[in-house]
Write a protein that binds this ligand. Sequence first.
Ligand code: MN
Length: 472
Amino acid sequence: MNEPLTEIPKEMDKSFEKAKEIIQNSEDIKIYSHIDCDGMSAGAILSTMLDRQEKNHESEFVSLDKLENLELEHELTIFSDLGSGQNIDKFAKKSSKIIILDHHPPIRKIEYGSIVPYEFLEINPLYYGIDGSNYVSGGGISYFLAKKFDYLDLSWIGVLSAVGDMQNSRNGTLEGLNSIILNDSINQGYVQSIKDLSLYGRQTRPLFVALSYFSDVNLPITNNKTEAIALMKDIGIKRKNGDKFVTLSDLTDIEKGKLFSELVKMLSKEVPKKYVHYVPKLVAADSYEFLQEENKTFLRDASEFSTAMNACSRNQREDIAIKILKGDRIAALDELEVISKDHKRYLAQNIQKIEDDDLIIEKENIQYFDGNGIKSSVVGTIAGMILSYGNWRKPIIGFTEVSEENSDLKVSLRCSRLLAYDGIHFGNIIRKISNSVGGSGGGHSVACGAYIPGEKKEEFLMKFNESLNGII
Ligand SMILES: [Mn+2]
């Protein structure tokens, strides 16, 4: 495989210059951004940039289906982390100005801007042969524009957006253009990159709990806190430090090393031979700490921070996420705490229900559950969390109705990272199969989703299952 580019191509750089110029010459600006962690990060970067430039602007966070029939009422409309895949300029006037900062596959050719009668500038890594799912996020593209105004202090949000977009999931580290953003943030003193274990909850979760959530492979410690505590005892890691539970962030490098070896040993016993050489990658990953945030808070760790941002958007509280990202913390953090608690309770209740009612149904190559009544915005999160109760060798697919008014189904898939390391890209598979039943979908190799007509569920399942014959 070719090494990814770690500098911005010249032509792309010129586009950022051009975007800066357009912004400097505009007074009334609207930002549309996506509702996930990446999109909100992009929105926060752009809004901060415009604040500092003293430009009147409004931000709005929207789902992709809201974009097709937009009236463009402002002098300049900026689309971030979305727009490349949508016809956003149906109602453009001659006087309209449009900038798209996206990393999703574009539906227009790069020349499009030179053939329409209005100002249209689209910046997308794919125009320059740069992969947009591993090497730069929507927040990253927005940061490169902010960097043209010398706002390098916003680089930490670029790191957050990349982690929120799972851009580090393939190799456990930020690569390509993301590494420029990471280096900026390290040089500015905002971020530290740490060789770490790949466990979620570094700052706030007791280590034995973090270990018990290990779900890429079913280990003795999976869903078993007693076993997790026993493992820690075996290698001499204390459960508590004074009256505080030990978290991953408390461990010394030597302790992390011991834990790494134990996990590798455990995993190597459990996985089929063809996966053994992926095991170290499953256990080790870089973590990113935000040095301006307090230790032992979720804000300190990029991955925990991104989860909190997603909790906001899944509860339609993007306003809180943006306040936190822009540094307006005091009231917003309290509100976030309430949302996070409710969110966690909702997830736990629904997972319990799926488990108690034995709702996971297994086919030859897949497993699935009906999430009747589960909010469509969290069915993916829940699928990821119950993977450890099913069979890790197969992907798990969750179904739920899009909303009370819409009987289409939201489909979400999650799987062990081992399947992705072995070359299966479920984002591509789900796109193909949802298209074939009259729906649409896509996403990452280990986390993806689709919308399909309600009556096509059985056909979807059958085709999905068949498509994996001989692969799983
Ligand atoms: Mn994105």
